[in-house]
Design a protein around this ligand. Structure first.
Ligand code: SIN
Ligand code: CO
Length: 390
């Protein structure tokens, strides 16, 4: 799926350009878009989603409701209710990490920074199924993929949750809007807008393209963690010593020397922009706990053979971001300065390899990425692409 051009009206955003959408709606107001993806068909069938929910490597949850009671089970889920049974839904988290076509859907939303993207969650529900009225702290695009779903939503002051339930359910839900979404329709909701989606048909499938928003303490702790790691590697990271400390008749008293050392160490911590960026880059590209890459059986040894024409693709699970001369991939800083081609690979997620091979260090690094399954080489794609001859 292609990335929309930023200042052109687009169907995906109901005739708004991505610029206008970001200005008017992002983080501010909900937007209902009829036929955002008119000819789109879910790349995953209901059966394929059931298979994912059974897989122990996939994060899934089953929500069932009866009267006012709610039940939550965590995957793997070998037995799901039949398609026409009422009041159940299964939620498959990170579906984009398991399927290339779902991962491609993310491209349509890349007018928002990759740093904000969390994942694509897919729900499958029987009639009446849903997760109950709630609010999220995330921005989300709710794309209807199969069957119909009724959404009720609205801003409300009182966000108190019901007690004693395994799910976050609002105590008093006061929707302002009620809409019915069919395949291809989409609803954008900013954080904290209360909402409740109820399946109207069997095999009701909804894609949630979700965007994470870290809290300030989260950001600070990420930076502190790296600062501490670096401190441990320096002389200042040595263990506390107190040779010549006098004998004490007040053993319970906190020693001044210990306090002094702690105070001095804290005062010496420096949070240079490079350190903050390094911490963010590592953290934002860190693969989720459930991610396992598939190293290929055979790889082209880029160190000895430069495949031209050829196209390098990032794996759907890889995260690669850059800032200035720094870049990070899958939780690690990239060695050397981020070059123009590396930035292009990060933005496009694919790169037509130039005719002239880069230096040995870069070739070795790319080889490591191929070996780890972080990137893949396509030798057929480029052959049919005229740009490849550059
Ligand atoms: C769903 O797809 O049923 C839940 C999505 C949400 O409300 O965030
Ligand atoms: Co929600």
């Amino acid at each position: 799926m292609t990335q929309p051009s930023l200042d052109q009206p687009c169907t995906l955003l109901g005739g708004l350009s991505p610029q206008d959408f970001m200005r008017r709606h992002w983080q501010r107001h909900p937007l209902l878009i009829r036929q955002a993806l008119p000819h789109w068909r879910s790349p995953l069938s209901p059966q394929a989603l059931r298979r994912l929910a059974r897989d122990p490597e996939v994060e899934s949850r089953l929500v069932r409701s009866a009267a006012d009671d709610w039940q939550l089970d965590f995957g793997p889920l070998p037995r799901l209710p039949r398609r026409d049974r009422p009041n159940w839904t299964v939620l498959v988290q990170g579906a984009d990490l398991h399927d290339d076509a779902v991962a491609e859907l993310r491209d349509a939303f890349r007018f928002v920074s990759d740093a904000r993207l969390d994942d694509v969650m897919i729900s499958l529900a029987g009639p009446g199924g849903g997760v109950g009225p709630h609010f999220d702290s995330y921005d989300v695009f709710l794309l209807q993929a199969h069957g119909r779903r009724r959404w009720q939503y609205g801003r409300q002051r009182k966000l108190t949750l019901r007690e004693g339930l395994p799910l976050r359910i609002l105590a008093d839900f006061e929707p302002e809007h009620t809409v019915e979404l069919g395949p291809g329709d989409m609803l954008y909701l900013p954080p904290h807008v209360a909402h409740d989606g109820v399946a109207l048909d069997p095999d009701c499938m909804t894609y949630s393209i979700g965007f994470r928003a870290p809290t300030t303490p989260e950001l600070v702790s990420v930076v502190l963690e790296l600062a501490l790691e670096r401190l441990a590697d320096t002389r200042a990271g040595r263990r506390y010593t107190d040779p010549g400390e006098p004998a004490t008749h007040e053993p319970a008293r906190l020693p001044d020397r210990l306090l002094g050392v702690a105070q001095e160490a804290v005062a010496q911590l420096r949070f240079e922009p490079e350190l903050v960026a390094d911490a963010m880059g590592r953290w934002l590209t860190e693969p989720k706990g459930s991610v396992v890459f598939d190293p290929p059986d055979q790889i082209t040894d880029l160190a000895t053979h430069w495949p031209h024409p050829g196209v390098l693709h990032l794996d759907r699970r890889s995260r690669l971001i850059y800032r200035g001369s720094q870049a990070w991939i899958n939780g690690e800083p990239v060695d050397g300065k981020a070059s123009a081609w590396l930035k292009s690979l990060a933005d496009q997620r694919r790169l037509i390899l130039p005719r002239r091979p880069p230096g040995q260090a870069v070739r070795r690094m790319l080889l490591e990425w191929l070996e780890a399954g972080w990137a893949h080489l396509d030798l057929t794609d480029a052959a049919s692409n005229p740009d490849a001859k550059t």
